[in-house]
Structures are given as C-alpha cells and as structure tokens.
Design a protein around this ligand. Structure first.
Ligand SMILES: *Cc1c(COP(=O)(O)O)cnc(C)c1O
Length: 369
C-alpha cells in the first residue's frame, strides 16, 4: 500500500489498511478471466426488493432535491409501534454499521476498551482503532459460541462498550437471551452492551428476543438491527437501534446530519408495511440453508449451529486455497485467512453452483487439515 504524503493524517488513519469490502462478481471475472461469476460474499439478500418497496423508492426519488428528515422520525415511530416501545427508545442510522460507529463516537475516548468475542464482525476492531481505543478480543468457545465468563472477566475500569453479534458474523452461531442476561447481570451498569442483531430475522425464535425480554431490565443495553439483510435493502443503508431513551439521546448526538437518506426512509417504511411477504422470503432462505447443510453434511463437512443467512466452513490453513479455487470456478465467497470461509445463502441455482464448486475446490486445494 502506498503511504499518502498529502497532509498529515492522524497516525491511526495513516496506519489503517483501506477498507476492503467483499469482492464483487465482476472483479472476480476480470481477475480469473471468466464469466458468469456469482457473489456469495456479503450476506446480501438474493432477491430484489418487493415491488411495493421499489414503488415507494421511485416515488420518493421525485423529492430528493430536499433533505430527508434528519431524525427519520416516521421510521422511528413505525419501528416503535412495531416493537412495542416508545419512539424515544429508537434511533435510525446509516445502516446498523452507522449506529455502531456512533456508539464508538459517543462512548470511546482514547485508551478506553471495547470488549467483543472474536472472530466477529470486521468493523468492531477498526472502529476501536479509529478512536484510539483498545480492542479486547475474547476467543470464541470451542462450539464457536460466546464464552460469557471470559467476556465478563475481560471487563475493566476502562471498558466502555461490549459488542455481541448474535447471530455472529461470520460463524452464524447465536446466544440465547438467558446467556445475554447472565452477561448483563455480571457487568457494571456503566458499561454499554450492544447486542448486534443484524441477522435477527433469520434467528430461531427459541433464542429469545432481547428487546422484549432484556431492555426493560437493563438501561445499558442497546440492540441494533438492520434493513440490509432480511429486508434486502443493503444498498440503501438503513439500520436502527433500540435502547433506553437517555442512551438513545446520547447516540443521536453523533448522528451525521441527514445520515439516513430520503429513499432509505421511504423504503424502510414500505418494508415495515410488508413484513409478512418479507417473512416468507426469509423462510425460503432458511429452507435453502437447511438444504445446503444437508448436502454439506452428506459430503462429510461439519459446521456450527448456523442462525444467519450464511454458512461457515472452518477450513483453517486451507482457507485461502479453497477460496481461490471456488473463485476460479466463479463462486465468490468471503475467506478469513487461516480461519474459515463464510458463504452467503443465495438463490437455489447459486447454492447448487457453490456445492458443486466446493467439491471440486477441495479436491484441488487438498482436503487434509
Ligand atoms: C451486515 C452486518 C451489519 C450491518 O449492516 P448494515 O448494512 O450496516 O446495517 C452489522 N453487524 C453485523 C454482524 C453484520 O453482519
């Protein structure tokens, strides 16, 4: 990477690698001289938004000479109604990543600590570095679940935030509200705990609902969710957080002016009007995930208890080689070097292509580990 000599970037920024999103199909086609590649790398919804959502976006497009509503008030109110909380308990941001960044901006001073399980969502350590904060990464347990005792033990006087993705990205494992309650009971009230539920809609309801079960008891809890995954609105950037009104007011102070654009607000409102249809699509993705798991198991693969719209193959040292062979066959996945590969559940034909390519890829890349 070339160092910029322009201006004097903050040391943390100068030393930070550029953000690399999951590779796109077009990029993989160019790199490997192939056509017809598919992208199963970013946990996107394979289906275009529902027609009434597209219609709402189209209608809103005529008004984009005006700024949208800074606070996305009607989205907050619709979400509050839907969730059975008051609207001052809801914030809406530029994707749930935007809200996560606001949490760091709002709570993390230089030297402050952020505790999270690892491996988990890539942005958690990056945001900590940007704040000159300290990431405390607590290894996942053997079954890839969270080690609640170790997380609690990692908390110190300097800890400002604990972030728990459930279902976790990239492993797909989830925590029950009983486990989350146990953690909340053991950490000081002045530590903010963020439960990142980007994949909430795909989660088995048996894991419980932190909004209804935990928020009434813990003022230091914020639950974040998004329209990017289940609702298929990743490209519009809209997510939300639910918490105590005072915590929400603090987070709102760091909201970038007009962070949630007018099209995103219109789409989110329309999505909330069509939850049954979105729920059916989620069920279809879950059925595909189950089918892929059956095929993987039949081929001898072992994997964790997946609760998101993706699967995790712990390939260890073979990760890069297998990902490369998949890509050469036009199947773009998300490798985490030395650890494993995350594969998004796509449309049925895409999943079939993945399964066929995987069988070949491990043959070429070697199956021993
Ligand atoms: C995808 C994802 C998000 C956020 O997505 P947005 O598009 O920014 O809402 C947040 N957390 C996890 C764990 C994710 O995988």
């Amino acid at each position: 990477m070339t160092e910029s000599t322009i201006g004097r970037p903050r040391t943390v920024v100068a030393n930070l690698p550029s953000y690399r999103p999951g590779k796109g199909a077009t990029q993989a086609e160019a790199e490997h001289g192939i056509t017809g590649a598919i992208k199963l790398a970013s946990n996107e919804n394979p289906m275009a938004p529902l027609d009434p959502i597209i219609a709402a976006i189209t209608e809103a497009a005529a008004g984009v000479n005006r700024y949208g509503d800074h606070r996305a008030t009607s989205v907050r109110e619709a979400l509050a109604n839907r969730l059975g909380v008051s609207s001052d308990q809801v914030t809406v941001g530029n994707g749930s990543s935007g809200i996560l960044q606001q949490l760091y901006l709002s709570y993390v001073d230089p030297g402050d600590e952020v505790v999270f399980p690892w491996r988990s969502f890539e942005v958690y350590p990056v945001f900590a570095r940007l704040m000159n904060g300290v990431s405390l990464q607590v290894p996942l347990a053997a079954d890839l679940g969270f080690d609640i005792d170790a997380l609690v033990a990692a908390v110190s006087d300097r800890t400002k935030l604990i972030i728990l993705a459930t279902p976790n990205n990239p492993t797909g494992t989830a925590s029950t509200t009983t486990e989350l309650r146990s953690l909340l009971n053991q950490v000081p009230e002045h530590v903010v705990v963020c439960v990142d539920e980007a994949y909430r809609e795909f989660l088995d309801p048996g894991f419980g609902d932190p909004v209804t079960e935990l928020l009434p008891d813990f003022a230091n809890l914020i639950v974040t969710r998004t329209f990017s995954k289940a609702h298929g609105l990743a490209g519009l950037r809209v997510g939300y957080g639910i918490g105590h009104p005072e915590l929400i007011a603090t987070v709102d102070k760091t909201l970038l002016p007009f962070a949630v654009n007018a099209l995103a607000q219109a789409a989110a409102l329309a999505a909330l009007d069509h939850e049954p249809a979105i729920g059916e699509r989620v069920q279809a993705i879950l059925a595909e995930r189950a089918r892929v798991e059956v095929e993987l198991a039949a081929a001898g693969w072992r994997f964790p208890n997946h609760q998101g719209n993706f699967v995790w193959l712990a390939l260890g040292e073979r990760t890069d080689a297998v990902a490369f062979e998949l890509e050469r066959r036009g199947v773009v996945v998300r490798p985490f070097s030395g650890d494993g590969i995350r594969i998004t559940i796509g449309a049925a034909e895409e999943n079939d292509r993945f399964l066929a390519a995987l069988a070949e890829a491990v043959g070429v890349a070697g199956s021993g580990s």
